[in-house]
Design a protein around this ligand. Structure first.
Ligand code: PAF
Length: 291
């Protein structure tokens, strides 16, 4: 495995790959966990060369404190990547990614109008800046993203297609700890008290999925006493906040294609429930497919 700490070195490493190799790309911000490793493994089933980038992208952080606190562990990350079978690791400096300030504003197709969009202004534009820059450098055949960042995945699919990048976007399932907490680099920042409370998020999402399944299996039209999406949101909020340690920032039930809020169960083919929750100083996100 080759590790490049500059664009010049990385370009050299790319150029020395055999002509017939297809490149699978896993962009990351480091502090890798088994969720990231599962993306690398998925990439290895489809391509013969897996490139991983490690870059904590400042333009996607709307909160400077969050950027400063973001966990960093490049040495351990590289050890895990070598073990997983990655071929090239790109650890660029800021000057490699942004030689000049990036003022590009992206068309995100309105997919940022709910969920994380209004809560983290500029976040998805920053993601688009770094991902397009990395696509231009790495020129992968396919790129792998986790479904935990459901809205990010939809937005990346959107601009990749709109801008005509010949990159296949592959969605990979969320990996969870044994108690259901979605794997995330931010979990490292949880206090033991908040870590113990955090599985309530997935428990509430799972309960919502079960309840929705019961409603959806009934005959249409829906009955007066059927619980509405709003009712499901109220129940999930109460259950997450029961311990007094977690605070729901939002729970939304959306059309999985256009990410618009839905008001009744028959409004969309695919329905996703998405949430952001504060566990002390740490902000966790998660989502589940309801339909
Ligand atoms: O999901 C992430 O880790 C980041 O948003 C990404 C896609 C690597 C861009 O910085």
């Amino acid at each position: 495995m080759t590790i490049s700490y500059s664009l010049a070195d990385f370009n050299q490493a790319l150029a020395s790959l055999p002509n017939d190799c297809t490149t699978g790309f896993v962009p990351t911000m480091g502090a890798l966990h088994q969720g990231h490793i599962s993306l690398v493994k998925q990439a290895l089933t489809r391509t013969n060369t897996v490139v991983v980038s490690i870059f904590v992208n400042p333009t996607q952080f709307n909160n400077p404190n969050d950027l400063a606190k973001y966990p960093r562990s490049v040495e351990e990350d590289c050890r895990l990547l070598e073990e997983a079978g990655a071929s090239l690791v790109f650890v660029p400096g800021i000057e490699d990614i942004y030689p000049n300030p990036d003022n590009r504003i992206f068309d995100l197709g309105g997919l940022d109008s709910n969920g994380e969009g209004p809560k983290r202004p500029g976040h998805f534009n920053g993601v688009a800046q770094v991902v397009t820059r990395l696509f231009d450098i790495v020129k992968p055949a396919c790129a792998f993203f986790g479904e935990k960042d459901f809205q990010q995945l939809a937005i990346i699919r959107h601009f990749t297609k709109e801008m005509g990048y010949p990159v296949e976007i592959i969605a990979c399932p969320t990996l969870r700890e044994e108690d259901g907490l979605a794997m995330s680099s931010r979990n490292l920042l949880l206090t033991s008290e908040h870590r113990a409370a955090a599985p309530a998020i997935f428990n509430a999402l799972s309960a919502a999925r079960e309840k929705t399944a019961q409603i959806l299996h009934k005959e249409s039209p829906r009955k007066q006493d059927d619980i509405t999406p709003d009712g499901i949101i109220r129940e999930a909020t109460a259950s997450i906040e029961k311990s007094g340690l977690l605070k729901v920032e939002y729970i939304e039930i959306v059309n999985s294609l256009n990410l618009k809020l839905i008001n009744n169960w028959d409004e969309a083919e695919g329905i996703q429930m998405c949430t952001a929750v504060h566990a002390g100083e740490v902000r966790l996100i998660d989502n589940i497919k309801l339909k």
